[in-house]
Design a protein around this ligand. Structure first.
Ligand SMILES: Cc1cc2nc3c(=O)[nH]c(=O)nc-3n(C[C@H](O)[C@H](O)[C@H](O)COP(=O)(O)OP(=O)(O)OC[C@H]3O[C@@H](n4cnc5c(N)ncnc54)[C@H](O)[C@@H]3O)c2cc1C
Length: 464
């Protein structure tokens, strides 16, 4: 008999007033008892609607049934059949718009907490499983992966399991991509990401760090080194600025730089020598996950006032619901229907404020969202000493500028087919944010997975 409680079993978390001063993980995860209780809410629907919402087709009802029986390691193995990074996805996937939004229990109550269960199972396996990945026998073929984000890591793992000699070239000094440099420790502890990377190393994947493809070596030079196929998962790390007067003042950051200093360069640690401005009044312009992360980091770095400045209404906020909820609880103030007009600064060129304008919503635009329209005579100033731009990113142009024959679109994204990641250049495959523009972890993983299968096929055909 299923547990018919209409609500999800709540997950313990740090109190807002405590957690907004530290970088420890906000949510604490289910205990085994909570996980079993929540798993018993699953109706095990025959047609598995939840799975249609998962870009990597995790066998959701099957793993949840195993949790309900207390078979946690078996549940972890079931998820691992299709997902390489469950501890990451359980924490950061937008479940409310993917698996959970298709859950039948969501019709008359809250959906089954699929994300929380996935996280529980992955954490349990990490802490209790003694199994260690083993390098499979080599098939003698060499492949290269550009970029060690979720797309590249997934592709690398799948190819290594098939026996390929896999080398990952990563521009930064740490592998993990946005999982390491963007998403903060309090949402995704870095030890969890590192553990996944260590598993790939056990599988025989070689990581070459501080290697910028396009500078250190071009894609064509990598082919010259004997790599038979190359996957480009270089992400979309180039920030877009707001485009208003005054934004080159001291105290204006891109969210990418701000978050990289804090997360990758550990500016939040007391003994860190990474320079960062400890601002007191901060406005973050934007409404996505990146904006929420920057705002919540600013609070933890000691800001008294932190604002989200967003030009549409709360309904259109693209961030995950959980991040919005947590940001509000932590004291971040949301200024909806507000657009920046100018960054104001003093005679030393230090930020003093942000001149803004009130907006109202008109007809839907090309994105399907209602277009913000300025309200005349509604200008006002927010006093600040820091402005963080979190209005989007695009792919860095280096690879497209140094790879003849690689087609890109007008947004600078590599053109690749969704099914296989095949690009216009023979032997080059691509996926993740480098192809789609800024998207999600699970979509990047899905693309890496499909490309790995296609690369295997490509190399086999070539060597027939
Ligand atoms: C702050 C922030 C918060 C986010 N929060 C969420 C969330 O909660 N949920 C969610 O699903 N998604 C979230 N996202 C989006 C998600 O992280 C990305 O969609 C995902 O990481 C894309 O994966 P990727 O592998 O394509 O690229 P990335 O993760 O960007 O990795 C690309 C890697 O390639 C490397 N690289 C780039 N150029 C080169 C080169 N020339 N040579 C060698 N290496 C190179 C980069 O250094 C990087 O390590 C967030 C993004 C940010 C920035």
């Amino acid at each position: 008999m299923p547990n018919m409680n209409p609500k999800k079993c709540p997950m313990p978390e740090q109190a807002p007033d405590v957690r907004n001063k530290n970088f420890e993980e906000v949510t604490l995860g289910y205990t085994a008892e909570m996980a079993v209780e929540e798993a018993q809410r699953c109706l095990n629907c025959k047609n598995k609607p939840c799975m249609t919402g998962c870009p990597v087709q995790v066998k959701i009802p099957e793993f949840i049934a195993l949790v309900a029986e207390g078979k946690f390691l078996e549940a972890a193995a079931k998820i691992k059949e299709t997902s390489a990074l469950p501890a990451v996805c359980g924490r950061v996937c937008p479940q409310e718009s993917q698996c959970e939004c298709h859950c039948v229990r969501g019709i008359k109550g809250e959906p089954v907490a699929i994300g929380r269960l996935e996280r529980f199972v992955a954490d349990y396996a990490r802490e209790n499983s003694t199994e260690k990945a083993v390098k499979p026998e080599s098939n003698g073929h060499k492949v290269a992966i550009v970029g060690a984000g979720p797309a590249g890591l997934t592709c690398a793992g799948d190819l290594a399991r098939l026996g390929y000699e896999v080398t990952v070239f990563e521009a930064l000094h740490t592998a993990g991509g946005v999982l390491m440099y963007g998403i903060p420790e309090f949402r995704l502890p870095k030890a969890i990401v590192q553990k996944e990377i260590d598993t790939l190393k056990d599988l025989g994947v070689e990581f070459i760090l501080n290697f910028v493809v396009g500078r250190s070596e071009t894609i064509d030079e990598l082919f010259g080194d004997g790599f038979e196929a190359i996957f480009v998962g270089s992400g979309a790390g180039l920030p877009t600025f707001i485009g208003v007067p005054g934004e080159n003042a001291n105290g204006v950051y891109s969210a990418n730089e701000y978050l990289t200093r804090i997360n990758l360069m550990k500016a939040y640690k007391e003994n860190s020598d990474t320079p960062i401005y400890h601002a007191k009044k901060v406005a973050v312009v934007g409404g996505g996950n990146v904006a929420m992360d920057a705002a919540r980091c600013a609070k933890r770095m000691g800001a008294d006032e932190v604002y989200i400045v967003y030009r549409r209404s709360e309904k259109e906020l693209p961030a995950r619901l959980e991040e919005i909820h947590h940001a509000k609880e932590e004291g971040v103030v949301f200024k909806f229907l507000t657009a920046p007009l100018e960054v104001l600064s003093d005679e030393n060129f230090n930020v003093t404020g942000l001149k803004c304008q009130q907006m109202e919503l008109g007809e839907p635009d090309a994105s399907g969202r209602r277009r913000p329209i300025p309200v005349e005579g509604s200008e006002f100033v927010i006093d600040l000493d820091c402005v963080i731009a979190a209005i989007g990113t695009s792919p860095n142009p280096l690879i497209r500028h140094t790879t003849p024959g690689l087609e890109t679109n007008r947004k600078g994204c590599i053109v690749a087919d969704d099914e296989h990641g095949i690009t216009s250049k023979d032997g080059v495959f691509a996926g993740g944010d480098a192809v789609t523009g800024a998207a999600t972890v699970i979509l990047a993983m899905g693309a890496g997975k499909r490309a790995a299968a296609a690369m295997d096929e490509y190399i086999k055909n070539k060597n027939k």
